[in-house]
Design a binder for this molecule. Sequence first.
Ligand SMILES: Cc1cc2nc3c(=O)[nH]c(=O)nc-3n(C[C@H](O)[C@H](O)[C@H](O)COP(=O)(O)OP(=O)(O)OC[C@H]3O[C@@H](n4cnc5c(N)ncnc54)[C@H](O)[C@@H]3O)c2cc1C
Ligand code: FES
Ligand code: FES
Length: 1319
Amino acid sequence: MPAAGVDVAAAVSFSVNNQQQRVSKRATNDETVPSDVTSTTTLAEYLRQHQQLPGTKTMCREGMCGACVVNVTSVNPATGQMESRAVNSCMVPLKACHDWKIETVEGIGNRKDGYHPVQARLAQMNGTQCGYCSPGMVMSMYSLLKSGGEVTEEQVEQAMDGNLCRCTGYRPILDAFKTFKADADETTKKIVKDIEETAGCHSNKRGPCQSKTACAGCPRVKSSSTAADDDWRLPTSLQQAISDIGTMSNGGKTIRMVAGNTSMGVLDKYNDPSDGYISLLKIPDLRVIKRPGDQKSKFSSSSDGAVFGAAVTLSELISEFDELAKRAGYKHCAEMAKHLRVVANTPVRNAATWAGNLMIKHKYRDFPSDVFLLLTAAKAKLKIAEGRKMEEMSIDKLYEISMTNKIIVSMSLPPMDNNKCVFKSYKITPRAISAHAYVNAAFVIPFDAATAKITERPTLLFGGINDKFVHAERTERYLTGRIISDEATVKGALTTLLDEVEPHPDPEHADVAYRKRLTGNLLYKVILHTLGDRVPVRMRSGGDDLTRSTMKGTQEFDTDKTLWPVNKAMPKLEAQIQTSGEAEYVDDQPDLPGELHGHYVLSTMANAKIDSIDASKALALDGVQGFFTAKDVVGSNKFVSMAMFGPLFNLDMNKIIPEEVFAEDSVRYAGQAIGLVVADTKAIARRAAALVKVEYTQVAAPVLNIRDALKTQPEGWKQTTFAPFCVNTGDAEAAMASAPRRVKGEWEMGGQYHFTMEPQTVRVIPCEDGQLNIYSATQGIKHVVDAVADVVNVPAHKINAEVRRIGGGYGGKISNPIPIANACAVAATKLNKPVRMVLDIENMIEMCSGRFPFLIKYEAGFDDSGKLLALKMHFITNNGYTSSILSALELQEVMHMVTSVYNTDNWNVTGGSVFTHLNINTSCRAPGSVNGVAGIEMVMNRIAHELNMDPWEVRRVNFVMGHGNDPKPPMVPNDEKVFSMMVKEMEEKGEIKQRKADIATFNKNNRWRKRALSLVPLNYPVALIMKHPVLISIYDKDGTVAVSHGGVEMGQGLNTKVAQVCARELGVPLELVSVKPNNNLVNPNGVVTGGSVGSEMCSMAAKMACDQLKERLQPFRAAEGEPERPWQQVVQMASMMGANLTAHSQQTPIMTPYIVWGLTAAEAELDVLTGEYRFNRVDVYEDAGKALSPLVDVGQMEGAFTMGMGALLFEQFRYDPQTGRRITNRAWNYYPPTHKDMPRDFRVKLLKNNVNDLGIFNSKATGEPAVCMANACLMALHQAVIEARKDAGLTEWLHLNSPGTVEYSQMACETSVEMLRLS
Ligand SMILES: Cc1cc2nc3c(=O)[nH]c(=O)nc-3n(C[C@H](O)[C@H](O)[C@H](O)COP(=O)(O)OP(=O)(O)OC[C@H]3O[C@@H](n4cnc5c(N)ncnc54)[C@H](O)[C@@H]3O)c2cc1C
Ligand code: FES
Ligand code: FES
């Protein structure tokens, strides 16, 4: 037993939502009571699985998504003060929580005890859609408020930098939280007062329940137990820690020191447990912060400068640096604090220590640590303890020594002569925040301002290059003593630097050429920064960072009171239970007794035969219950997702290779399911799956992209016979031949991972009479049931499937959940036990299908006015390993969208496809549409470039209204007027002319910053082709109404819209209507919810069911002229007389499409030297008819636009070229947009007073069109690149492939060393 410190092995105690918890040590010999907690159990697992507090969500489990954020209050052992902070519970080991007060989303407010204002405001201000991110958002904001002080808009945005949302576009979340700012105006105060009264909020200051008895947010279980092993120590002094190291490492045992444990998120997520753990959090000496001049402490002398204990967190470092920066000699700390604010994100920084960071770098030298660069540049010194020895060393030295059994104790920061030195650092990342660096750099330039001379050897440090490179030593030497205002010095320094920098090629990271160029550009940047006013005005912005102001936005729409509650702007029905964590998702359902957990064994090769599968080691692991492969499938191992759609598209189904539940003899893509391990816990299943050995033979190089596939599949250049959709008007060949001008080109668009915040999840539960209960997070219950029935040979009527809601879909839960449910059903039926499967992010990204990538080839003939006279275009898509129904749909959508608002005389647009060693791609929000729009808009930009015209003018010249020789869907008479009016309004209210003039001036005056404003129109045809049944029951007890519809609520507000329709049609208050889960009794044959039309189709079916009910109730209503009978009385009379108060209805698909019109103006600003960009302002103008629910529809537009920005700008798959594995398989290396990537000024407007005669209640769909509108951002960014190229003397056209990442944007600017001049 430890001589001092806390005996954690005996008991860990802490409180959750004010209820004391105890994890006691299990009696040594008592094998009968299994321990539920180990040293690797995380707080998130404990809350969700042990305490049944599922409000706290998990997704990435690596600190990137923020779904798991909780609040922690604990005592700082150095100061004795209580501290409160947001942390990622997915990375906190439970045993580190000793003495902590933990608050979860359930604890701070709930339906029973009253909601917290943060929960209420987020819900009522439309800040949730699918709701899966909402508890994490709430807890980040709650923690900010709890940390005290006045809240500013900047602080709100900073506090939310670790929370991703895939649905909303962030604007409503930030708006809701900014209402807490100290100087909120009177209108805002009034709004929030009303919200809080309506929601029955308790006081702002109230934390979790104070009662000693159970409350709604209290943990369900009082105590847990841990195994008897004495593997966790919590020393309370440094001496004790050192002694613990000695005893625990005895016999060569592995020990791990635990500070914030966030390195788990960086690299150790699934590593085997260590033999022992030593927590550093309770050691006062390691939490010490000493300012210069403070009294000498145990490990520092007064000459040390500022001193920081090793367990000081990055958040504490930032606050302290801000303070230090006010002192002489520490001005540079302001720059360090600024840089640290973009290291990881707030909840991570609240736990992460600087010493832990240095140790990650110690283990993995190529880790692009920002902390290492900053502290090295600042010449920090470390104190390191080993046994009784204490050694002082520079940071460089740390990387030369072994750290086995040593502890970093503290770091001292000496002052720097800020008058004589320039301290500057950079971090260039794939997105604005919460991303690690492509390349980072820290510079200290000893500089004489009078002579522009570098007086001493400068420090030039770079990260992200290779595992050895840190100092640009030769360049440092070169620059010493030189005048940097001298052009020759700059050139010499850059040449030397580029000569000595050798980035290491790594398929996971940015290209070598970009990283190399960045180093030169960053050196040039710091020179411009250092020289300041000495360089011409035109160059100066090159020395500035690309900053981002706080986000603001406007939303305009109208509402028609005569239709209320339809068309009323109201929050979503389930918003409040989402923000309080009370909304239930599949994995929130508690385990049944004996429920098992599955983990896939996935193929690690894309193109190989399976030689052997050896699961013996996995099966030998304690807790493993089985391993299943193709041999275990009793029904068919093969299935075709959504085969029922084949005839609709007239497809040759023989051309589809069926999917396999488990690979039989060969694998077609890396990530393909080979087997499934089922075990008592997820952790055991995961560990066992890693032990299954698969041998491959006949391993061949995979073909992964369209260009490579075309080398052996030239037929991809031709129109596919599988999906023969095309646009064919006039005579494109002849018109092309006679066109006065012609251009040709080819460019590419990448795929996209859906990145739902709720992981792919399914539970399959065998029950009586051979029946199966299935809870699947799916967009299409029928498709899951159909496939499972065949796979396990169970008739469809014996499968009871239900889905209440899903945490985001966007197409990712159409085909992807099917194989997962199949595999789980195989295991559940074999074992006759409930089996649950929640995919880890790595498995999801590797295994699941994503958006279809495209290669687009075009030839355009046009005249001098920009008029397009002929167009030949061919879209080639990457099917994956086979054609599918969804690839047919994809090409069909391309054809629907490519025509847009343009004259289509003499067009020949066709679609082809190729096969690769990828999974079959699938629909992703606005499938094919976003590519069709991009295809034609790129042609417009190209023509403009050739003619040196404004692209908008070219677009305008080609607008066509009315009908001619074109394949567009018929327009209703109003349409022509609608679009023209939108154009006029956007031009005027968007101040397009003036802004373009300003941009031209800006571009002229700035060599290294470029702006561009791009307007892109939209003509989005929508056909109501899905079918979703609806069942409505009225209860005679109290007149309340329950609805179950065949759509899946995934954040799009479907339940809200259906309830609004029911309330209006039946003439009852909305509160009387309750929406039930979708199940396959009510909805046996309804198809997938997608294509933006689920809400409309369900609303239509609901209206029809209401019509039936109204007819049945009519005889019981008061006769004309008599006083109206109360609703409840009518219902009761009808029921007594035997009227059927349940109605079932299903609308027939409506094939006549209507058009959603749209127009977007996006203004981009590009930092030419780095490729970073931001969108200063975006106006999205869309025609939603008479919106069913305007606030919901605004949310849909903002969210769709954000997803489009992700696809077109940020999100990129990278593959291992040898194995074909998707290596961007984590939230660490796959980058959906954060709130800082969003337009700084985001204006959304719904067209007012438009009536859509073809839509339900005159509405139009809003879920997908705005994805396509994000093309305006890509076009604006491209235009900015073209402006940069012009300054470089490059006038020839260059395509910017999509995604237009920071890397690609900079590379497209083609800056060279020769251009990096001072004049
Ligand atoms: C989502 C996310 C994003 C991130 N982004 C960035 C980024 O952009 N830039 C960047 O630089 N970093 C980034 N990081 C890394 C982060 O800064 C580190 O994970 C963190 O600082 C590690 O500190 P910790 O206290 O959590 O260490 P722990 O995880 O507790 O420990 C890490 C290692 O250090 C050892 N250790 C800890 N303290 C000591 C000590 N005093 N003496 C000896 N050994 C010790 C441990 O044994 C362990 O091996 C990110 C991390 C996450 C999770
Ligand atoms: S689950 Fe914890 S940050 Fe994603
Ligand atoms: S509401 Fe944020 S992820 Fe769905």
